[in-house]
Ligand binder design. Structure first.
Ligand SMILES: *[C@@H]1O[C@H](CO)[C@@H](O)[C@H](O)[C@H]1NC(C)=O
Length: 289
């Protein structure tokens, strides 16, 4: 009798754990970005873009040592972020000296309930390497791929801990170095030198258009990590002297590596055609012209 009850309890517990593990692995690091106020603040008016999430995306509050710095929508099939959203900040610290072999990974994607990102060398990652590699891109994917680890939320838009927090593989997508160091770099510099000084607050959403939904379509590294066909970005700035300024960019991750200036509405239309849903990058007032 007692054995039966214990067996029953054991089965219930096991079932519970399986359900919990499935929910964490498949579902999300968070169900909604606004669950964590610091995470919700990454978005203009606290509202995440509409039309970009799917059954394979997870919402990540990018947390380093107990503090959430920005938000990422991560596609677990493509193993790249669809976008990262953040507040543009002054960069007063230099790029942290972390080897790409030791950049951060996301335990909660690997089904491990640790809210802080973890460096690849930690025993937590090393002891669960298979789960990490299954659920996200890692350094080995990028090695010898001929492509750079392209930050969506760039390190030079932040300082100190917020800057370190951008060095996670969940904030990277394979990027041609000519785009990364060319026109896209000019856009990032434009945000720093022209937008930051004239705005009291600027929200940026930077994302990608995957080149295919399955490994049979588009370009992939090792059949694991999708190489996006485009990088895109949109910003919404509250001007210091009143009013607002909002613009978008579309950068081709292939020759001629051009970055086109678009209105937010134009970018939304392009994204809607690619993602098959109506897209709104800045839901709320005054968002698109
Ligand atoms: C996207 O997220 C919203 C808000 O959580 C949800 O209502 C919607 O069903 C999601 N869409 C897809 C395709 O999963």
């Amino acid at each position: 009798m007692e054995v039966q009850i214990m067996a029953h309890t054991f089965v219930s517990m096991t079932l519970f754990l399986i359900i919990l593990a499935t929910w964490i692995a498949k579902g999300e690091v968070v169900q909604s970005f606004s669950e964590i106020p610091a995470c919700g603040k990454s978005f203009h008016l606290g509202e995440e873009p509409r039309g970009l999430n799917s059954s394979s995306t997870a919402r990540i509050c990018q947390r380093l040592r107990g503090v959430c710095f920005y938000a990422t929508l991560y596609d677990q099939n493509a193993r790249i972020p669809i976008y990262s959203a953040y507040i543009l900040e002054q960069s007063t610290t230099s790029r942290p000296d972390i080897s790409s072999s030791n950049w951060y990974l996301e335990p909660m994607l690997a089904g491990i309930e640790k809210p802080d990102m973890q460096q690849a060398s930690t025993s937590l990652v090393q002891n669960n390497l298979e789960q990490f590699e299954e659920s996200q891109a890692v350094n080995n994917d990028y090695r010898n791929s001929g492509l750079t680890r392209g930050h969506l939320n760039p390190s030079q838009h932040h300082s100190s801990e917020a800057q370190i927090a951008t060095f996670t593989y969940t904030n990277m997508a394979p990027k041609e170095s000519k785009l990364n160091s060319g026109s896209w770099n000019q856009y990032e510099n434009f945000l720093r030198s022209s937008i930051l000084p004239s705005c009291s607050e600027t929200h940026v959403v930077t994302g990608v258009i995957p080149s295919g939904a399955t490994v049979q379509q588009g370009v992939w590294i090792h059949g694991r990590v999708n190489v996006p066909s485009f990088f895109w970005s949109a910003f919404f700035c509250q001007l210091k002297n009143g009013g607002w300024r909002t613009e978008a960019r579309l950068g081709r991750n292939a020759s001629p590596f051009d970055v086109q200036t678009k209105t937010v509405a134009e970018l939304e239309e392009i994204l809607a055609a690619q993602f098959g849903e109506d897209v709104t990058i800045f839901p709320g007032e005054n968002s698109s012209e």
